[in-house]
Design a protein around this ligand. Sequence first.
Ligand code: NCD
Length: 339
Amino acid sequence: MSSALGSQQTGDTSFERDVFLIPDPNVDVRFGHILSADLFGHDHLAVLFERAEKFRELDMGDAADRAELAALHVGRQVCSLFYEPSTRTRLSFETAAVKMGMGVVSTEAAEQFSSAAKGETIEDTIRVLDEYNYDAIVLRHNEKGAAVRASEVCDTPIINAGDGAGEHPTQSLLDAYTIAREFDGQLGGLNIVIGGDLRYGRTARSIAKLLSQFPDNHITFVSVPELQIGEDILRTLEQTGTTYQKTDDMLDAFSDADVIYWTRLQKERLENPSLILDESFTIDNRALGVLPQNAIIMHPLPRVGEIAPEVDADPRARYFEQAGNGLYLRMALLHEVVS
Ligand code: NCD
Protein backbone atom coordinates (compact mmCIF):
# COMPACT_ATOMS: atom_id res chain seq x y z
CA MET A 1 0.00 0.00 0.00
CA SER A 2 1.39 3.46 -0.77
CA SER A 3 2.02 5.65 2.20
CA ALA A 4 0.04 8.71 3.05
CA LEU A 5 1.85 12.00 2.78
CA GLY A 6 5.18 12.37 4.42
CA SER A 7 8.33 14.43 4.45
CA GLN A 8 11.79 13.73 5.78
CA GLN A 9 11.65 16.50 8.30
CA THR A 10 10.55 15.60 11.77
CA GLY A 11 8.78 17.85 14.21
CA ASP A 12 6.38 20.60 13.37
CA THR A 13 8.10 23.19 11.24
CA SER A 14 4.97 24.68 9.73
CA PHE A 15 4.86 27.43 12.32
CA GLU A 16 8.34 28.72 11.63
CA ARG A 17 7.75 30.35 8.28
CA ASP A 18 4.72 32.23 7.17
CA VAL A 19 5.78 32.75 3.58
CA PHE A 20 6.09 29.43 1.90
CA LEU A 21 5.88 29.72 -1.84
CA ILE A 22 9.54 28.72 -2.09
CA PRO A 23 9.98 24.99 -1.47
CA ASP A 24 12.88 23.89 0.71
CA PRO A 25 15.22 21.81 -1.53
CA ASN A 26 16.36 19.81 1.50
CA VAL A 27 12.91 18.46 2.15
CA ASP A 28 11.73 15.44 0.20
CA VAL A 29 7.97 15.73 0.14
CA ARG A 30 6.03 12.61 -0.76
CA PHE A 31 2.45 12.29 -1.93
CA GLY A 32 0.52 9.00 -1.65
CA HIS A 33 -3.18 8.58 -0.91
CA ILE A 34 -4.79 12.02 -0.58
CA LEU A 35 -7.42 11.49 2.08
CA SER A 36 -7.64 14.45 4.46
CA ALA A 37 -6.57 18.09 4.60
CA ASP A 38 -4.58 17.45 7.76
CA LEU A 39 -2.05 15.41 5.78
CA PHE A 40 -0.63 18.58 4.27
CA GLY A 41 1.95 20.79 5.87
CA HIS A 42 3.90 23.78 4.80
CA ASP A 43 6.29 21.77 2.62
CA HIS A 44 3.58 20.01 0.63
CA LEU A 45 1.88 23.29 -0.12
CA ALA A 46 5.14 24.95 -1.13
CA VAL A 47 5.83 22.22 -3.68
CA LEU A 48 2.27 22.23 -5.02
CA PHE A 49 1.95 25.99 -5.31
CA GLU A 50 5.24 26.38 -7.12
CA ARG A 51 4.31 23.59 -9.51
CA ALA A 52 0.82 25.02 -10.07
CA GLU A 53 2.33 28.39 -11.05
CA LYS A 54 4.65 26.68 -13.51
CA PHE A 55 1.81 24.68 -15.08
CA ARG A 56 -0.34 27.80 -15.31
CA GLU A 57 2.45 29.54 -17.21
CA LEU A 58 2.86 26.66 -19.64
CA ASP A 59 -0.89 26.28 -20.15
CA MET A 60 -1.21 30.01 -20.86
CA GLY A 61 1.83 29.92 -23.13
CA ASP A 62 2.35 29.23 -26.82
CA ALA A 63 1.96 25.94 -28.70
CA ALA A 64 5.44 24.79 -27.65
CA ASP A 65 4.59 25.37 -23.99
CA ARG A 66 1.34 23.45 -24.34
CA ALA A 67 3.19 20.63 -26.08
CA GLU A 68 5.73 20.49 -23.24
CA LEU A 69 2.87 20.09 -20.82
CA ALA A 70 1.15 17.46 -22.93
CA ALA A 71 4.34 15.39 -23.10
CA LEU A 72 4.74 15.24 -19.33
CA HIS A 73 2.75 12.15 -18.48
CA VAL A 74 2.15 10.30 -21.72
CA GLY A 75 1.43 6.66 -20.94
CA ARG A 76 -0.12 7.28 -17.55
CA GLN A 77 -3.80 6.82 -16.78
CA VAL A 78 -6.14 8.19 -14.18
CA CYS A 79 -9.50 6.67 -13.25
CA SER A 80 -12.18 9.08 -12.11
CA LEU A 81 -15.01 7.46 -10.18
CA PHE A 82 -17.82 9.75 -9.00
CA TYR A 83 -20.80 8.52 -6.96
CA GLU A 84 -22.11 12.06 -6.42
CA PRO A 85 -22.76 14.99 -8.80
CA SER A 86 -19.79 17.18 -9.63
CA THR A 87 -18.92 19.91 -12.09
CA ARG A 88 -15.67 21.54 -11.05
CA THR A 89 -13.95 18.73 -9.22
CA ARG A 90 -14.42 16.06 -11.86
CA LEU A 91 -13.88 18.27 -14.89
CA SER A 92 -10.85 20.04 -13.45
CA PHE A 93 -9.20 16.75 -12.48
CA GLU A 94 -9.92 15.24 -15.87
CA THR A 95 -8.85 18.36 -17.73
CA ALA A 96 -5.70 18.52 -15.63
CA ALA A 97 -4.87 14.93 -16.53
CA VAL A 98 -5.56 15.40 -20.24
CA LYS A 99 -3.53 18.61 -20.44
CA MET A 100 -0.56 16.68 -19.04
CA GLY A 101 -0.95 13.88 -21.58
CA MET A 102 -2.59 11.31 -19.33
CA GLY A 103 -5.41 9.06 -20.35
CA VAL A 104 -8.63 9.33 -18.34
CA VAL A 105 -11.22 6.64 -17.72
CA SER A 106 -14.28 8.11 -16.07
CA THR A 107 -17.59 7.07 -14.50
CA GLU A 108 -19.97 9.75 -13.37
CA ALA A 109 -23.16 8.84 -11.51
CA ALA A 110 -21.38 5.66 -10.43
CA GLU A 111 -24.16 4.99 -7.93
CA GLN A 112 -26.39 4.37 -10.98
CA PHE A 113 -24.01 3.23 -13.68
CA SER A 114 -21.45 1.10 -11.83
CA SER A 115 -22.03 -2.22 -10.09
CA ALA A 116 -22.86 -0.24 -6.93
CA ALA A 117 -26.40 -0.28 -8.38
CA LYS A 118 -26.25 -4.09 -8.10
CA GLY A 119 -25.06 -3.93 -4.51
CA GLU A 120 -21.29 -4.12 -4.91
CA THR A 121 -19.32 -2.60 -2.03
CA ILE A 122 -16.92 0.29 -2.62
CA GLU A 123 -14.11 -1.97 -1.40
CA ASP A 124 -14.77 -4.58 -4.09
CA THR A 125 -15.08 -1.98 -6.82
CA ILE A 126 -11.78 -0.43 -5.77
CA ARG A 127 -10.07 -3.84 -5.52
CA VAL A 128 -10.93 -4.39 -9.17
CA LEU A 129 -9.77 -0.94 -10.27
CA ASP A 130 -6.53 -1.56 -8.41
CA GLU A 131 -5.99 -4.56 -10.72
CA TYR A 132 -6.21 -2.29 -13.77
CA ASN A 133 -2.99 -0.57 -12.75
CA TYR A 134 -4.02 3.08 -12.97
CA ASP A 135 -1.60 5.72 -11.73
CA ALA A 136 -4.28 7.33 -9.56
CA ILE A 137 -7.97 6.93 -8.73
CA VAL A 138 -9.99 10.08 -8.08
CA LEU A 139 -12.95 9.08 -5.93
CA ARG A 140 -16.04 11.00 -4.86
CA HIS A 141 -18.48 9.10 -2.67
CA ASN A 142 -21.56 9.90 -0.62
CA GLU A 143 -20.32 8.18 2.56
CA LYS A 144 -18.01 9.81 5.05
CA GLY A 145 -14.88 7.67 5.35
CA ALA A 146 -15.32 5.99 1.94
CA ALA A 147 -11.96 7.25 0.64
CA VAL A 148 -10.12 5.93 3.69
CA ARG A 149 -11.84 2.55 3.29
CA ALA A 150 -10.91 2.50 -0.38
CA SER A 151 -7.28 3.31 0.39
CA GLU A 152 -7.11 0.36 2.77
CA VAL A 153 -7.69 -2.15 -0.02
CA CYS A 154 -5.72 -0.46 -2.77
CA ASP A 155 -2.11 0.24 -3.75
CA THR A 156 -3.05 2.77 -6.42
CA PRO A 157 -3.12 6.25 -4.86
CA ILE A 158 -6.67 7.26 -3.95
CA ILE A 159 -7.49 10.95 -4.22
CA ASN A 160 -10.47 11.86 -2.07
CA ALA A 161 -12.64 14.15 -4.20
CA GLY A 162 -15.23 14.45 -1.40
CA ASP A 163 -16.59 11.79 0.94
CA GLY A 164 -20.11 12.67 2.07
CA ALA A 165 -20.07 15.21 4.90
CA GLY A 166 -16.48 14.22 5.67
CA GLU A 167 -13.77 16.03 3.79
CA HIS A 168 -12.75 17.54 0.47
CA PRO A 169 -8.98 17.84 0.79
CA THR A 170 -8.19 18.84 -2.79
CA GLN A 171 -10.72 21.67 -2.57
CA SER A 172 -8.92 22.93 0.52
CA LEU A 173 -5.65 22.86 -1.42
CA LEU A 174 -7.03 25.03 -4.17
CA ASP A 175 -8.65 27.27 -1.57
CA ALA A 176 -5.33 27.72 0.21
CA TYR A 177 -3.64 28.33 -3.12
CA THR A 178 -6.17 31.07 -3.86
CA ILE A 179 -5.56 32.70 -0.47
CA ALA A 180 -1.78 32.44 -0.82
CA ARG A 181 -1.85 34.07 -4.27
CA GLU A 182 -3.87 36.91 -2.81
CA PHE A 183 -1.86 37.51 0.35
CA ASP A 184 1.70 37.28 -1.06
CA GLY A 185 2.19 33.64 -0.22
CA GLN A 186 0.96 34.00 3.30
CA LEU A 187 -1.46 31.61 4.96
CA GLY A 188 -1.05 32.76 8.54
CA GLY A 189 -2.10 35.80 10.54
CA LEU A 190 -5.46 35.99 8.80
CA ASN A 191 -8.97 36.62 10.02
CA ILE A 192 -11.03 34.02 8.19
CA VAL A 193 -14.81 33.88 8.26
CA ILE A 194 -16.24 30.50 7.28
CA GLY A 195 -20.00 30.48 6.93
CA GLY A 196 -23.06 28.62 5.69
CA ASP A 197 -23.74 24.94 6.25
CA LEU A 198 -20.70 23.98 8.29
CA ARG A 199 -22.16 20.76 9.61
CA TYR A 200 -22.64 19.00 6.29
CA GLY A 201 -20.33 21.11 4.13
CA ARG A 202 -17.11 19.15 3.70
CA THR A 203 -15.21 22.02 2.07
CA ALA A 204 -15.63 24.15 5.20
CA ARG A 205 -14.33 21.31 7.33
CA SER A 206 -11.26 20.76 5.17
CA ILE A 207 -10.26 24.42 4.78
CA ALA A 208 -10.55 24.94 8.55
CA LYS A 209 -8.25 21.97 9.12
CA LEU A 210 -5.73 23.16 6.57
CA LEU A 211 -5.63 26.75 7.83
CA SER A 212 -5.09 25.50 11.36
CA GLN A 213 -1.62 24.35 10.20
CA PHE A 214 -0.52 27.98 9.89
CA PRO A 215 0.25 30.43 12.68
CA ASP A 216 -1.95 33.14 14.11
CA ASN A 217 -5.09 32.52 12.12
CA HIS A 218 -8.41 33.33 13.70
CA ILE A 219 -11.50 31.59 12.35
CA THR A 220 -15.05 32.84 12.84
CA PHE A 221 -17.67 30.21 12.05
CA VAL A 222 -20.98 31.75 10.99
CA SER A 223 -24.11 29.61 10.96
CA VAL A 224 -27.28 28.70 12.79
CA PRO A 225 -26.58 26.48 15.82
CA GLU A 226 -27.96 23.36 14.03
CA LEU A 227 -25.48 23.74 11.19
CA GLN A 228 -22.40 24.81 13.14
CA ILE A 229 -18.97 23.28 12.61
CA GLY A 230 -18.29 19.84 14.12
CA GLU A 231 -16.58 19.31 17.45
CA ASP A 232 -13.90 17.21 15.71
CA ILE A 233 -12.78 20.25 13.71
CA LEU A 234 -12.80 22.46 16.82
CA ARG A 235 -10.58 19.92 18.58
CA THR A 236 -8.10 20.12 15.67
CA LEU A 237 -8.06 23.91 15.99
CA GLU A 238 -7.46 23.67 19.72
CA GLN A 239 -4.58 21.25 19.20
CA THR A 240 -2.87 23.62 16.76
CA GLY A 241 -3.56 26.72 18.84
CA THR A 242 -5.83 28.28 16.22
CA THR A 243 -8.30 30.65 17.85
CA TYR A 244 -11.95 30.60 16.80
CA GLN A 245 -15.42 31.79 17.61
CA LYS A 246 -18.92 30.74 16.60
CA THR A 247 -21.67 33.20 15.79
CA ASP A 248 -24.87 33.61 13.79
CA ASP A 249 -24.17 37.29 13.09
CA MET A 250 -22.79 37.45 9.56
CA LEU A 251 -22.44 41.23 9.35
CA ASP A 252 -20.57 41.48 12.63
CA ALA A 253 -18.17 38.74 11.51
CA PHE A 254 -17.55 40.45 8.18
CA SER A 255 -16.48 43.77 9.68
CA ASP A 256 -12.84 42.80 10.28
CA ALA A 257 -12.40 39.83 7.93
CA ASP A 258 -9.54 39.16 5.51
CA VAL A 259 -11.12 36.12 3.89
CA ILE A 260 -14.79 35.18 3.58
CA TYR A 261 -15.35 31.51 2.79
CA TRP A 262 -19.05 30.99 2.13
CA THR A 263 -20.91 27.75 1.45
CA ARG A 264 -24.37 26.56 0.44
CA LEU A 265 -26.92 24.60 2.44
CA GLN A 266 -26.21 20.91 1.71
CA LYS A 267 -29.88 20.04 1.12
CA GLU A 268 -29.07 16.53 -0.03
CA ARG A 269 -27.52 15.68 3.35
CA LEU A 270 -29.98 17.31 5.76
CA GLU A 271 -31.61 15.01 8.31
CA ASN A 272 -34.15 17.76 8.97
CA PRO A 273 -35.20 18.98 5.49
CA SER A 274 -37.06 21.99 6.92
CA LEU A 275 -33.79 23.58 8.08
CA ILE A 276 -32.89 26.68 6.09
CA LEU A 277 -30.35 29.48 6.11
CA ASP A 278 -32.41 32.63 5.73
CA GLU A 279 -31.42 35.87 3.99
CA SER A 280 -29.38 36.99 7.00
CA PHE A 281 -26.83 34.47 5.63
CA THR A 282 -26.90 35.86 2.09
CA ILE A 283 -23.96 37.93 0.92
CA ASP A 284 -25.38 40.96 -0.86
CA ASN A 285 -24.81 44.72 -1.05
CA ARG A 286 -25.57 45.08 2.63
CA ALA A 287 -22.75 42.65 3.50
CA LEU A 288 -20.40 44.28 0.98
CA GLY A 289 -20.97 47.54 2.81
CA VAL A 290 -19.39 46.27 6.03
CA LEU A 291 -16.64 44.15 4.46
CA PRO A 292 -13.10 45.65 4.49
CA GLN A 293 -11.86 46.83 1.10
CA ASN A 294 -8.91 44.40 0.99
CA ALA A 295 -10.93 41.31 1.95
CA ILE A 296 -11.72 38.56 -0.54
CA ILE A 297 -14.90 36.52 -0.95
CA MET A 298 -14.52 32.84 -1.71
CA HIS A 299 -16.99 30.00 -2.27
CA PRO A 300 -16.32 26.44 -3.45
CA LEU A 301 -19.41 26.65 -5.68
CA PRO A 302 -22.07 25.83 -6.62
CA ARG A 303 -23.84 28.78 -5.01
CA VAL A 304 -27.58 28.53 -4.82
CA GLY A 305 -28.64 31.99 -3.69
CA GLU A 306 -26.32 32.59 -0.71
CA ILE A 307 -24.20 35.02 -2.76
CA ALA A 308 -26.38 37.50 -4.63
CA PRO A 309 -25.50 38.07 -8.33
CA GLU A 310 -24.72 41.75 -7.54
CA VAL A 311 -21.62 40.58 -5.65
CA ASP A 312 -20.02 39.19 -8.83
CA ALA A 313 -19.02 42.64 -10.04
CA ASP A 314 -17.42 43.57 -6.72
CA PRO A 315 -13.59 43.62 -6.87
CA ARG A 316 -13.45 41.43 -3.75
CA ALA A 317 -15.28 38.50 -5.36
CA ARG A 318 -12.87 35.63 -6.05
CA TYR A 319 -15.03 32.52 -6.42
CA PHE A 320 -14.71 32.08 -10.18
CA GLU A 321 -10.98 32.71 -10.10
CA GLN A 322 -10.81 30.25 -7.18
CA ALA A 323 -12.42 27.57 -9.35
CA GLY A 324 -9.92 28.37 -12.11
CA ASN A 325 -7.03 27.94 -9.67
CA GLY A 326 -8.37 24.44 -9.09
CA LEU A 327 -7.25 23.33 -12.54
CA TYR A 328 -3.60 24.25 -11.94
CA LEU A 329 -3.54 23.03 -8.38
CA ARG A 330 -4.96 19.69 -9.48
CA MET A 331 -2.41 19.46 -12.28
CA ALA A 332 0.29 19.96 -9.66
CA LEU A 333 -1.27 17.40 -7.35
CA LEU A 334 -1.68 14.75 -10.06
CA HIS A 335 1.89 15.39 -11.16
CA GLU A 336 3.17 14.79 -7.65
CA VAL A 337 0.99 11.75 -7.05
CA VAL A 338 1.95 9.93 -10.26
CA SER A 339 5.62 10.95 -10.39
C1 NCD B 1 -18.35 21.26 -3.11
C2 NCD B 1 -18.56 19.81 -2.75
O1 NCD B 1 -18.80 18.96 -3.61
O2 NCD B 1 -18.41 19.53 -1.57
N1 NCD B 1 -18.29 21.48 -4.49
C3 NCD B 1 -17.05 21.46 -5.08
O3 NCD B 1 -16.40 20.44 -5.11
N2 NCD B 1 -16.58 22.61 -5.57
C4 NCD B 1 -19.30 22.17 -2.45
C5 NCD B 1 -20.76 21.89 -2.54
O4 NCD B 1 -21.23 21.00 -3.26
O5 NCD B 1 -21.49 22.62 -1.88
